[in-house]
Design a protein around this ligand. Structure first.
Ligand code: UD1
Length: 295
C-alpha cells in the first residue's frame, strides 16, 4: 500500500510527525506500507520550515513542490498543478491530508479528481465563519474525504450533520498533543529568556497571524496597544510570523512591553509557552473539547 502524506505549513509539520512515526512502526512490524512525504512549499523560510523538520525529527520530504506565497488562488492553483504531476509520477493508493490550510484543500481536490481515496486528519472542525480561508478549506476537503480522523465529539457531530456515515469516522484524538507529549522533555530555553531576564510565570507569549487581525496596521496597533495597557507591566514575548513582521516593519509599529522576536522552532517556542503566565493567541482549531497549541 502506497500512501502520500501532505504537509505544507508549520502546523502541518507538527501534525504529520506522529503519523510518520506510526507508519514507521507498522513498517518495522512487517506491514507492507510505503509512504511519500510531499512538502508543498507553502511555508519555505528556514524558521517556518526546516527548523521544524529538525526539531520534530521529520525525514526530508521526498519532494517539495516549492509553491511559495501568492494570493489564495495563485497558491492553491500552484499546489494543484504541482501535486497532479507528483501523483502521475508516483501513483498512490491513499492520500492523507492534515488540518485546514490551502495545501490541505488543494491536494485533497487533486487526489479525488484522480479517484484516489482521501483521508483527512482533523476532519470535522468548523468555526462557522466563512470569511476565514481555513473554513472554506475545511468544508471543501470534508465534502470529498473518505476517511475522517477526528479530534473531538464536536467534529464527529459536525460530520454526521453533513451526512458522513459513522463507519467513515475514526475518533483518534489530537495529533498535535501526541507531538507535544513526545517532545516535552526536550524543550529548549530560547536566548530571549536570558536576554529579557524572564522569570517563570511572569511573562506572556503572544502569537497573531490571522489576516483579520494583522493585515490592517491600525487594527494591529490598537490590538498591541490594548494588550500592552492591560498586561500589568509584564513583558509580552511576540514571536512574529513573516506576514506580521512585514506589516510591523512597514508601519514602524513599536509598542511598550511587547518584545518582537523572529519565529521560534518547536522546542524553543514550547519552552517559552510552558514557562509563561499565559498565552494570548489567534491560533488554533476551533472545538469545544480540544486545546490546540498556539503555533
Ligand atoms: C497559513 C494558513 C493558516 C495557518 C498558518 C500557520 C492558509 C489559508 N492559512 O497562514 O491557516 O494557521 O499558515 O502559520 O493556508 N511567509 C513568509 N515565509 C514563509 C511563509 C509565509 O514570508 O515561510 C509570508 C508571505 O508574505 C506570505 C504570508 O506570509 O504571503 C502568508 O503566508 P501563507 O502561507 O499564505 O499564509 P499564513 O498566514 O502563513
Amino acid at each position: 500500500m502506497h500512501i502520500t502524506l501532505i504537509a505544507g505549513t508549520r502546523p502541518n509539520f507538527v501534525k504529520i510527525s506522529p503519523i510518520i512515526l506510526a507508519l514507521k512502526k507498522k513498517q518495522a512490524e512487517g506491514f507492507p506500507v510505503h509512504f511519500r512525504l510531499v512538502h508543498t512549499g507553502q511555508h519555505y523560510d528556514d524558521l517556518m520550515s526546516s527548523a521544524f523538520f529538525q526539531d520534530l525529527q521529520l525525514p526530508n520530504p521526498d519532494t517539495n513542490l516549492g509553491v511559495g506565497s501568492g494570493t489564495q488562488a495563485e497558491q492553491t492553483a500552484g499546489i494543484m498543478i504541482g501535486f497532479e504531476k507528483e501523483l502521475l509520477d508516483f501513483p498512490a493508493d491513499l492520500v492523507l491530508v492534515v488540518g485546514d490550510v490551502n495545501s490541505t484543500m488543494a491536494c485533497a481536490v487533486v487526489a479525488k479528481k484522480m479517484n484516489i481515496p482521501l483521508a483527512h486528519v482533523e476532519g470535522g472542525i468548523r468555526s462557522f465563519d466563512s470569511s476565514m480561508p481555513e473554513e472554506i478549506n475545511r468544508k471543501i476537503t470534508d465534502s470529498i474525504t473518505d476517511y475522517f480522523f477526528t479530534t473531538s465529539t464536536f467534529a464527529n457531530e459536525n460530520l454526521k450533520k453533513e451526512g458522513v456515515r459513522d463507519e467513515q469516522i475514526f475518533f483518534v484524538g489530537n495529533v498535535m498533543i501526541d507531538t507535544l507529549l513526545r517532545l516535552e522533555n526536550e524543550f529548549k530555553q530560547p536566548s530571549i529568556f536570558e536576554k529579557e531576564k524572564l522569570s517563570e510565570k511572569k511573562y506572556f507569549v503572544l502569537t497573531l497571524h490571522r489576516p483579520s487581525n494583522v493585515d490592517n496596521p491600525e487594527k494591529l496597533l490598537k490590538l498591541l496597544t490594548t494588550l500592552s495597557e492591560h498586561c500589568g507591566n509584564c513583558t509580552v514575548i511576540f514571536p512574529v510570523h513573516p506576514r506580521t513582521a512585514a506589516i510591523l516593519k512597514k508601519n514602524g509599529i513599536v509598542v511598550k512591553n511587547i518584545v518582537i522576536i523572529e519565529p521560534l522552532g518547536y522546542l524553543e517556542f514550547n519552552y517559552l509557552v510552558k514557562n509563561s503566565m499565559a498565552v494570548i493567541t489567534d491560533s488554533g482549531g476551533i472545538s469545544e473539547e480540544t486545546t490546540v497549541m498556539g503555533i
